[in-house]
Design a protein around this ligand. Sequence first.
Ligand code: GLN
Length: 514
Amino acid sequence: MKRETVVVLDFGGQYNQLIARRVRECNVYCEIYSYKTDFEKIKALQPKGVIFTGGPNSCYEPGAPTYTKEIFELGVPILGICYGSQLMMHLLGGKVEKAPVREYGKIEVTTDHTSDLFADVSEKTICWMSHNDYISEMAPGFRTIAYTDNCPYAAMENTEKKLYATQFHPEVLHTQEGQKMLSNFVFRVCGCAGDWKMDSFVEQSIHHIREKVGDGKVLCALSGGVDSSVAAVLLSKAVGNQLTCVFVDHGLLRKNEGDEVEAVFGPDGPYDLNFIRVNAQERFYSKLAGVTEPEKKRKIIGEEFIRVFEEEAKKIGAVDFLVQGTIYPDVVESGVGGESTVIKSHHNVGGLPDYVDFKEIIEPLRDLFKDEVRKAGLELGIPDYLVFRQPFPGPGLGIRIIGDITPEKVQMVQDADAIWREEIAAAGWDKKVNQYFAALTNMQSVGVMGDERTYDYAIALRAVTTTDFMTAESAEVPWEIIGRTTSRIVNEVKHINRVLYDCTGKPPATIEFE
Ligand code: GLN
């Protein structure tokens, strides 16, 4: 079945995933491809529309990212955003140069609502801008449909060729009517029907999985996190008893987590997943001993996971398929899909060893954003408290311990983290922040306890608010909660004599420490 697709062509901008998410909020499926993707490949996707993203370069400079002009002849509607708008003008014979006045932030834009792009959009509307260059001359065939005080061509269209361009960013929430503009593009200009819905996703996935698996045996890597839980339940609906779920306790889980996961997914829980728990603490600790480099830790953990699964699969015998809960941001951030640089290799994707002893890997959630995974989870009848769990990375506490990992350090971070989570929940702040945890810094410092000198570790507390986990802000948790947590940690957790609060947002930091 051919599903309606809008393609985002990535020129290295910061908000590219956001563009795809906004399009999907219109119930239209959307995928991100690097500008380096072959034109033939894009054409073969038969997109209903294409969106050119923003980007850091200046399109008139030699070597700047570009695309073949043939794409404008496809007859498929194209929307250029910021760099994308500049590039479109540049390629089609307009002029782009350094702007006399750069615009940054929220700017009032005057729009022409006779354009399809601005149907039902206010005449004066606040849009978010971030540019140094500007379009000083439009390409032939275009007309202006929006302007600002400093930007004569804030948006333009060529209706005959179905080409649209905006200097501002409709995808960011600061652009007040941005979602309306994107939905105008998707529905009015591209003529999409909007049939990308989670109930049909679940139904279709079950169908595809059955077809692929036949009567083969499937092994699912279950971590108890939202993604792998949704994947496991989806698989169990599709193939029932042919599925075995393996939960690896790698010794890098949160305090008591192994038992909690077993309680839900194990034989006494509500699901029938053929649950196997593997206690593999020792072998992970020994593989990780002395390793300090974050990417190396992630790779080791990723590889060891696979080895454990392979062994379990051998015990079961004749297992062809391995299921993982990889989701779309993992794919994009690992540099497989888009153009943005690799920030971290996710153990689901980039962290896979070169050789995997399964016939095939099934990643049923590979196309979904987190909020879509949650919707699919609810659709599958998974209870709210599981669906809305805070994210926990596959490499677990391994990347919340800066530097080398030892069982003692794991214990420290587990205990401190449990206290922080208890105090946050007791104060009702678990509803106000989206992710919160403790991480062990690699810093030791001098303290005094019971009149004696100590030389112990510093723990960092983190709490962030975010809607999409792509950007985040450090949460202003009341001092009272931080204070209570601090005194409990230094009193109850051995070898910690200092507690720090992480005030950094993402960017420039990431939510996790490694
Ligand atoms: N680099 C271009 C400029 O400065 C485009 C910026 C963007 O896409 N946000 O104008």
